[in-house]
Design a binder for this molecule. Structure first.
Ligand code: SF4
Length: 395
């Protein structure tokens, strides 16, 4: 057992206070390991995944998962490269057989972000994935075929210093814990996760990441609050089976928003029944909305009302699409406002770095509070694109 984990166990008195509104967590008792001015994520153990680092206050990384057959190397590489371009920082691929494990090795050589192998049931797939260069494996130690097989997986991971993510899901919680807690509960999920962590620690390995996932938002929040005070390992956070674009985004934003704002979570995934590109876009927006990520272009737009006299909904959608194609210098942060009318529009647009305020079939282009020019409606998008492409040259 690591000294850090031992320290956690000794310090934790089981009476964790609710994390306060500022996202800080405080433990009761004489040993204030989590001081009031530190978040959970600053106290987690640093874990290396390929060339990236998570935990210990490292930036929160965005994950997604491919939905191509992993054996189809070409299609999987194509999808990962597109996800990288969108901002995905860690990618997980399913490895249901040995062919997929071999394919993973070829895929990894053609992409630029760490590749995680997702394994269920067969420990040989986990070992093969590690031998083929997986940067991390995700397993459920409870369904890998017993203690001896788990030990073999851990030995393979140790040899290459590959982290193991212990994944617990509300849909596959052990019957004994369902009975013990009279149903699927946050307590059951946490106990299951900690049991599995101990299985890996018992095999002599502490290069661990944990995820506990539930499709119920409140249960996810409770489980993360409980777990964060009981383990030093980094947490991968997501709301599982969240749903299609609208419901999945809302559930993920609410769940991840609360959990992240409490200072919990080292990597995230927004799970959507849809294109994984959307998962990455949503994850970026969630991090940005919480002030946990900077850089890039944020679009704000008014909801439109009876005063709107241009096609603002269409324009705002085109602006959203357009800004995705703009490549800014690193850490350049721009807020773009797309506003509908001359009453509130100019004022709101002035709050942004650059903005459009609509008129009747025309609009004002406003940069840093100054009106740049008045343009016909059909020229506004191009003018905005030009400004963004030459951002920084005006100063
Ligand atoms: S900015 Fe103008 S058009 Fe948009 S909602 Fe406000 S008042 Fe209406």
């Amino acid at each position: 057992m690591s000294s850090l984990f031992l320290h956690f166990l000794l310090c934790y008195d089981g009476k964790q206070e609710s994390p306060n509104a500022a996202g800080k967590a405080v433990l009761k008792g004489a040993c204030a390991l989590r001081e009031a001015d530190m978040t959970y994520r600053e106290k987690t153990k640093k874990i290396r995944i390929g060339d990236r680092e998570i935990g210990g206050g490292s930036p929160i990384l965005i994950q997604s998962m491919t939905n191509t057959p992993t054996e189809d190397v070409e299609a999987t590489v194509r999808q990962i490269l597109a996800l990288e371009e969108e901002g995905c920082e860690i990618i997980r691929c399913t490895v249901p057989n040995l062919q997929a494990a071999e394919a993973l090795g070829k895929i990894r050589k053609q992409v630029h972000i760490p590749v995680v192998a997702d394994i269920h049931f067969d420990h040989r797939n986990a070992i093969a994935a590690i031998e083929n260069g997986a940067d991390k494996i995700r397993i459920n130690p409870g369904n890998i075929g017993g203690e001896e097989k788990l030990r073999e997986v851990v030995e393979a991971a140790k040899k290459r210093d590959v982290p193991i993510r212990v994944g617990v899901n509300s849909g596959s919680l052990e019957a004994a814990l369902v009975d013990k807690y009279h149903g699927v509960t946050a307590e059951g999920l946490v106990e299951s996760a900690l049991d599995k962590v101990r299985m890996i620690e018992k095999a002599g390995y502490e290069n661990i990441v944990i995820s506990i996932k539930s499709s119920r938002v409140r249960m996810s929040i409770e489980a993360h609050e409980m777990l964060a005070g009981k383990t030093p390992y980094p947490l991968h956070v997501g709301i599982t089976e969240a749903g299609t674009l609208l419901s999945g985004n809302i559930k993920s934003a609410v769940g991840l928003g609360v959990i992240l704002n409490e200072g919990i979570g080292d990597t995230i995934r927004v799970s959507l029944t849809g294109d994984p590109i959307e998962e990455v876009r949503s994850a970026k927006l969630i991090l940005r909305s919480l002030g946990l990520r900077s850089g890039g272009i944020e679009v704000v737009s008014c909801p439109t009302c009876g005063r709107t006299r241009i096609d603002l909904i269409g324009l705002a959608e085109r602006v959203e699409e357009m800004v995705r194609t703009i490549r800014l210098p690193k850490q350049c942060d721009i807020r773009v406002a797309v506003m509908g009318c001359a009453v509130n529009g100019p004022g709101e647009a002035k709050e942004a770095d650059i903005g459009i305020a609509g008129g009747v079939g025309e609009g004002l282009l406003i940069r840093k509070g100054e009106i740049v020019k008045k343009l016909p409606e059909n020229e506004l998008l191009d003018a905005l694109r030009h400004e963004l492409e030459h951002w920084g040259e005006q100063e």
